[in-house]
Design a protein around this ligand. Structure first.
Ligand code: MN
Length: 203
């Protein structure tokens, strides 16, 4: 069965001015849709056609770069839309305690997310992730993903230029500041931590 694009879990103006409706119209409506369409075209009629997105990613990793890029990007964007919210809320007690343990404070985590995102060379993704009961910030390059890794991803931020250029031009730090200071979905991160297994792309 073909994959569908994950609908935006909020109104297209919900994230402005950090991420505008115009950016979402291109980023969700064009970029993410293209990754989905290319994934579907590549798996149609193959033995991957009835697999989950995570199974497609794992099967393509290291053997089919085109399908890997498109399926991983399909997953990453679905996860990214849920990683943001109009009102980011707050972390669960469990997550808050782990943030304090790993980073010292929530403010320090936000600062490190901004620094890692700003320092990431060229296109990629910055993640808050959990493994063996410990939190860390991870980076993946280009279309790479944590979806089929040993990490349980809790949140991600897209640092490809298409994520911020219309709103912030070349100022990636301004985008990162705007997203991380009020638009990260801490309830989603808390759910991902509590579940203990990696978020599944909707079948
Ligand atoms: Mn993107």
């Amino acid at each position: 069965m073909a994959f569908s694009i994950t609908p935006l879990p909020y109104d297209d103006t919900a994230l402005a001015p950090a991420v505008s409706a115009q950016t979402l119209s291109f980023h969700h409506g064009k970029h993410h849709q293209a990754y989905i369409d290319k994934t579907n075209a590549a798996i149609e009629g193959t033995d991957l056609a009835d697999k989950s997105m995570e199974e497609v990613i794992a099967a393509a990793r290291g053997s089919n770069q085109g399908l890997f890029n498109n399926s991983a990007q399909s997953w990453n964007h679905g996860f990214y839309w849920h990683s943001m919210a109009a009102d980011g809320g707050s972390a669960s007690d469990e997550l808050a305690a782990m943030i304090d343990q790993a980073f010292g404070s929530a403010d320090e985590l936000v600062k490190q997310l901004q620094d890692r995102g700003a320092g990431h060379f060229a296109s990629g993704w910055v993640w808050l992730a959990e493994k063996d009961g410990k939190l860390s910030i991870e980076e993946t390059h280009d279309g790479d993903t944590l979806a089929d890794s040993d990490f349980n991803p809790l949140l991600t931020i897209d640092v490809w230029e298409h994520a911020y250029y219309l709103d912030h031009q070349n100022a990636r730090p301004a985008y990162l500041k705007a997203v991380t200071e009020g638009k990260l979905n801490w309830a989603f991160a808390s759910e991902n931590l509590a579940r203990g297994t990696t978020w599944a792309y909707p079948a």
